[in-house]
Design a protein around this ligand. Structure first.
Ligand code: HEM
Length: 483
């Protein structure tokens, strides 16, 4: 009966391996399985993982069933690092018919040749090598002025006594970084800016749309909004590449990609660079990976600060002291002096990280923590559960927002804090993301002085958007400046 209702349940099992398969979470809906997106307003969009893990007694490795496939959830830094650093596991590339893609490139929404989905290890390493220079701390430093400008512009909407939705402010900030810093455009006209923002949103939301999963040869598929958005974005990126080739490099991420080269030994022309096609696909994937993640983390941070005015006061005081010693300028050196600011960001990333990494596929059977991970199975490195079950943090208080824990070596989370993943596919944009969040929150603390969450009433907890892929407060986080 089970085999009929959950047909893929025992798809992967290695009879030659003595170790048992990981424990199975309750199977959920027949055929579809566990609804990993059915979160709870109280406990957030990733509630499923906490609930299922609790029901099984919190093993580090267990199985759930999703859309016809068994998926193995792995938590705990030791296990997660083993998976992410082992050659026995590889990324599950973006599916799609390679032949059809070659014929009709425009019918593919997200290329499997971008750094995030590239399956071939050598090609992935080559892409990382050429993209890397765009994300070094030095490159991020060069872009700091563009980040400050974007934050100042977006925070200028905050006015005393007026209610402002911080979700919109944070999202616009991340989108501004996308055109100013990642692509390096010089958009002046409000209409053009709005068009760019709309296109990135439509393109990113394609990840969760049916259109992304339709076969490449479906007629009129390219008329769907995410495909139209892609066409516009590709056009903008091509224009910018041409401009860079004529006028030379600037401080943008795209520029670093265009001028990044790799010296290759024993090849006649011993210098290679990314092809225009690689540059375009990778620029597009940076828009997907770099906007929603940063915007949601910032929105959650503002929510936490609104519920903890004492913490906000400490954050503000640190900025006031820095201004009195070093002036108003925001530079990378100044940001590094803001240790409390750093703790606020880390604490937010601890409680609301992205749920986990992209799925990995076991290329051979592996025994981990005494459990069988059979060849062919999908593995989900569960960052959320790794943070939740970190023995350094008491389990019943793991959601307590307490940045002070980061200031003491005895209470500070250590190896079980993995917000940017690990190994050869660790988040390439981590330095940029951290710089964006430091700039935004320091300017927010300088500007807001005192604020309250609008409409929160007596509620002393955050309600979460139950179906959001990245944890996000449900009400858009409206705030009012008090002073
Ligand atoms: C708070 C913000 C962010 C968080 C929490 C975050 C988190 C992550 C995590 C956990 C991974 C690892 C995925 C895996 O192993 O499968 C990852 C990969 C990646 N991230 Fe981020 N990210 C953030 C911001 C950014 C930004 C700003 C960019 C670029 C503009 C970016 C670009 C990427 C790319 C390209 C990858 C794939 C790297 C590879 O496969 O080699 N991310 N991110």
């Amino acid at each position: 009966m089970k085999r009929f209702l959950w047909p893929g349940l025992n798809k992967f099992h290695d009879p030659e391996c003595d170790a048992l398969l990981p424990e199975q979470a309750p199977l959920g809906c027949p055929f579809f399985g566990n609804n990993i997106l059915a979160g709870s307003k109280k406990k957030g969009s990733e509630y499923f993982y906490s609930e299922a893990s609790k029901k099984l007694g919190h093993p580090n490795i267990w199985r759930f069933y999703f859309m016809g496939y068994p998926v193995i959830s792995v938590s705990g830094s030791k296990n997660v690092n083993t998976i992410l650093q082992s050659k026995k596991f590889n990324i599950m590339g973006w599916s799609g018919d390679e032949k059809a893609k070659k014929k009709r490139k425009e019918a593919t929404l997200y290329s499997s040749n971008s750094v995030m989905f590239e399956h071939d290890r050598e090609k992935h390493q080559y892409l990382r090598h050429l993209l890397g220079p765009a994300f070094t701390p030095q490159s991020v430093r060069k872009g700091i002025n563009a980040i400050v400008l974007a934050a100042e512009e977006q925070l200028s909407v905050l006015k005393k006594g007026q209610s402002v939705k911080m979700e919109d402010v944070c999202e616009n900030f991340a989108l501004d970084i996308a055109w100013r810093q990642i692509i390096g455009l010089d958009l002046k006209d409000q209409y053009e800016i709005a068009r760019f923002h709309k296109a990135v949103n439509a393109y990113v939301s394609g990840v969760f749309s049916v259109g992304a999963y339709l076969p490449d040869n479906i007629p009129f598929k390219t008329l769907l909004p995410p495909y139209r958005a892609r066409k516009y974005l590709v056009h903008k990126i091509k224009e910018k590449i041409a401009d860079l080739e004529t006028n030379g490099p600037d401080g943008s991420t795209l520029s670093a990609m265009v001028f990044s080269t790799e010296h290759v030994e024993d090849v006649d022309a011993n210098v290679t660079r990314l092809s225009d096609e690689d540059i375009i696909e990778n620029a597009l994937i940076l828009l997907v990976a770099g906007t929603e993640t940063t915007a949601s983390t910032l929105t959650s941070a503002i929510s936490f600060l609104g519920l903890h005015p004492d913490v906000f006061e400490k954050l503000r005081k640190e900025q006031v002291e820095i201004i009195s010693l070093h002036g108003e300028n925001i530079t990378p050196e100044i940001l590094h002096k803001s240790s409390f600011l750093e703790s606020v960001i880390q604490e937010t990333l601890r409680i609301v990280p992205v749920s986990g990494t992209n799925l990995r596929k076991a290329e051979e059977t592996v025994v981990l923590d005494g459990k069988q991970i059979p060849k062919g199975s999908a593995v989900f490195c569960n960052i959320r559960l790794t943070h939740e079950l970190d023995p350094q943090v008491k389990s019943e208080t793991w959601t307590d927002f307490c940045p002070e824990r980061w200031l003491d070596d005895n209470t500070k989370p250590k190896e079980d804090f993995l917000p940017f993943g690990s190994g050869s596919r660790r988040c390439i944009g981590a330095s940029l993301a951290m710089a964006e969040m430091r700039v935004f929150l320091s300017l927010f603390a300088r500007k807001a002085k005192k604020f309250k969450l609008d409409g929160a009433g007596k509620r002393r907890e955050i309600l979460w958007r139950p179906t959001s892929i990245i944890p996000k407060p449900d009400n858009g986080v409206p705030i009012i400046l008090d002073d």
